[in-house]
Design a protein. Structure first.
Length: 244
C-alpha cells in the first residue's frame, strides 16, 4: 500500500458553515466577494423556505434547523444561519440552540445578532432602515432593534413578499433607498435588511454620499462570522465595518 500524507484539507484548516435559504440567490454570491483569494473553506447547507415571506412561513424553518445543520461537517470554526427576519421572529437564542443541538460547542450567529454587534462596533444607535418586507415582517424587525437600543429614525420598505423577487431588486434601487433613509435627521448608520437583497456594489458609494456607515444583513453576517471564528478580516469587505 502506498504511503499517504494528510493535511488540514481545503481552506488551510479554516472551515466555516453557512445555512442558506432555498430561495436565497444573494448571500453566497456576496460572501464569495469577501472570501475570494482567502484560504478559508465556506461550506453551505440549504434549508427549505417558502418563497412567500410571512411570519408563519419564516417561523416554520425552526423545526428544520437541526436536520439541516447536521448536514454541515463537524468541527467548524463557526456557523451562520442566513435569514434576518426569521432570526427576529424565531429568536436568536433559539436559532443558536437548534444549531448547537447537532453542532455542539460551535459558535453560531445570524444576521440580526450580527447587525446588533456591528452597530455596537460602529457606535450607531439611530439608524435609517431599508427592507424589502411587507409590514407584518418589517414591524417585528423595528421592535427587535428598539428592544436592543437601536432607534429607527426613518424606514423605507419595498413591500415585496416574494423572496424570489427580492433577489431581483436592483442595487440601484437599494442605493436610492439607502440614501433617502440615511438623510433623516440624526441618522448614525444605515441598515439594509435581508440576505437576499443585493447591496455590495453600492455600499461604498452610499457611505461616500451620506458620510455615515452603511451595513447590510450580508455584510454584518459575514463580518460577525469571521469575528466569531477568530479571523482578522480588516479590509476584506466593503464599507466602514470591515475597517474597524
Amino acid at each position: 500500500m502506498r504511503d499517504v500524507v494528510f493535511d488540514d484539507g481545503a481552506g488551510c484548516g479554516l472551515r466555516l458553515g453557512m445555512i442558506v435559504l432555498s430561495t436565497d440567490e444573494t448571500l453566497e454570491y456576496e460572501a464569495r466577494q469577501v472570501l475570494e483569494g482567502r484560504c478559508i473553506n465556506m461550506m453551505h447547507a440549504r434549508i427549505e423556505s417558502h418563497p412567500h415571506v410571512t411570519p408563519t412561513s419564516l417561523k416554520a424553518m425552526q423545526a428544520r434547523m437541526p436536520e439541516i445543520a447536521a448536514l454541515l461537517p463537524k468541527e467548524l470554526s463557526a456557523i451562520a444561519y442566513g435569514c434576518t427576519s426569521a432570526s427576529v421572529l424565531i429568536g436568536p437564542e433559539i436559532v443558536e440552540r437548534e444549531v448547537q443541538s447537532v453542532q455542539p460547542g460551535r459558535p453560531v450567529t445570524n444576521p440580526i445578532s450580527a447587525v446588533i454587534a456591528a452597530l455596537g462596533a460602529l457606535k450607531a444607535g439611530r439608524i435609517g432602515l431599508v427592507t424589502p418586507y411587507a409590514p407584518d415582517v418589517a414591524a417585528p424587525m423595528r421592535k427587535f432593534l428598539a428592544d436592543h437600543g437601536i432607534e429607527t429614525a426613518h424606514e423605507i420598505s419595498f413591500g415585496v413578499d416574494d423572496d424570489r423577487r427580492v433577489a431581483r431588486i436592483s442595487q440601484r434601487s437599494s442605493l436610492e433607498a439607502m440614501l433617502e433613509a440615511g438623510r433623516a435627521d440624526g441618522v448614525e448608520a444605515v441598515f439594509a435588511s435581508c440576505t437576499n437583497l443585493g447591496t455590495f456594489e453600492v455600499i461604498d458609494q452610499a457611505e461616500d454620499e451620506l458620510g455615515v456607515p452603511v451595513i447590510s444583513s450580508n455584510l454584518a453576517l459575514i463580518w460577525h462570522l469571521l469575528k466569531l471564528a477568530g479571523i482578522e478580516a480588516r479590509g476584506w469587505g466593503p464599507g466602514q465595518l470591515f475597517h474597524r
